[in-house]
Design a binder for this molecule. Structure first.
Ligand SMILES: *Cc1c(COP(=O)(O)O)cnc(C)c1O
Length: 364
């Protein structure tokens, strides 16, 4: 079988070593004679797995002790409503920063669940001659007492990443679905971090929530028990049956990250991978990227062919070369190469080589 490099934005490729290990122990996990998905989530073997997963994640992200780590249902979007229902109560207010399509979706959900007066939004996107950038205004002086500020540091669809720290007097809630563990961050700067698993952690359906314990004192709205952070803490993320197979694979990804040098090593390779691709795009008049240099995502590299008539040929030839899922999101068009932690640098090298060859062949 020739190597396929999968650039899908999500569910994304998983580390090959993890997939092979899972394959090898699919029918007989841990000497139990059954697969990990056929055992009780309350068995001592499964609890050992979840304990190890939490320990590993805490180590990988240097999560302080006053934070809870939760493994929940419902992916990224599940958290759009969970955050509102857990923290806003009847009259609490929240500020939502909008920097692209996912942060916009988070606001829409928040507005749907609250009264008009509870949600304020700030649009951060500026467009200068077709180049988008994020501009963060001074927030410290704002008088409103928000329960939290919500933002999305990596906009998966738009290829926009916010690297600079947000300075504000309110707890920060961050949707890190597509850049968790791609670079080092200081968890203590956040009130809550959440991430749907299927970009940088494991299979879809699972979401990781890292929440500071004082956040759980905020008044909540009536809500479904399975999305209640307090219940999740109380029951060790097992108020109901958790997505056990996804949890197992996430645990394996954490182990893989640790033996691969942890988040610092990932960050280094991720920067190299992205540089390779952006440098090539910038040096070519066949392809272009429309995001300002300081906001270019390390995880999702969007690019356009100057002549969009070649899009279909590009995708078909790339696919034949073993480079799959490069089509951009339907809302923005063009191409997108998602190069999460699991994408080896060889995949990006092969993509650049292909793009060069394609440009040479199709250049007018
Ligand atoms: C993929 C993604 C989501 C949505 O995840 P689902 O699991 O499909 O709900 C939310 N936010 C960001 C930043 C994402 O990349």
């Amino acid at each position: 079988m020739s190597t396929t490099y999968n650039f899908c934005a999500g569910p994304a490729m998983l580390p090959q070593a993890v997939m092979k290990k899972a394959q090898g122990e699919l029918l007989d996990w841990n000497g139990l004679g059954t697969s990990v998905m056929e055992i009780s989530h309350r068995s001592k073997e499964f609890i050992a797995l979840t304990d190890q997963a939490e320990t590993d994640l805490r180590e990988l992200m240097s999560i302080p002790e006053n934070y809870h780590v939760l493994f929940m249902h419902g992916g990224g979007r599940g958290q759009f409503s969970a955050v509102v229902n857990n923290f806003l109560g009847e009259n609490g207010k929240a500020l939502y920063l909008v920097s692209g399509s996912w942060s916009r979706s988070a606001v829409d959900e928040a507005i749907k669940l609250t009264s008009d007066a509870q949600i304020d939004t700030l649009d951060l996107l500026v467009n200068d001659n077709g180049i988008s950038a994020v501009s963060i205004p001074e927030l410290a002086g704002k008088a409103t007492d928000y329960r939290y500020l919500h933002y999305c540091p990596n906009e998966t669809v738009d290829g926009i990443e916010i690297v600079e720290e947000i300075n504000c007097p309110w707890p920060i809630v961050a949707d890190m679905s597509s850049n968790i563990m791609s670079r080092e961050i200081d968890v203590s700067k956040f009130g809550l971090i959440y991430a749907g698993a299927q970009k940088n952690i494991g299979p879809s359906g699972l979401s990781i929530v890292i929440v500071r314990d004082d956040m759980l004192k905020m008044p909540s709205l009536p809500q479904s028990s399975i999305m209640d952070y307090r219940l999740a803490v109380k029951h060790g993320s097992m108020y109901n049956t958790p997505p056990t197979f996804a949890w197992y694979l996430a645990a394996e990804v954490f182990k893989w990250l640790k033996v691969s040098g942890g988040v610092a090593a990932m960050a280094k390779t991720n920067a190299k991978k992205a540089e390779l691709l952006y440098d090539f795009i910038d040096g070519s008049d066949f392809y272009n990227n429309t995001v300002s240099a300081q906001n270019r995502s390390l995880m999702n590299v969007i690019f356009y062919l100057e002549n969009e008539d070649n899009n279909a040929d590009f995708l078909a030839e790339a696919s034949r070369a073993g480079l799959v899922a490069l089509k951009g999101h339907r809302s923005v068009g063009g191409m997108r190469a998602s190069i999460y932690n699991a994408m080896p640098i060889e995949g990006v090298e092969k993509l650049v080589e292909f793009m060069k060859g394609f440009a040479d062949k199709y250049q007018a």
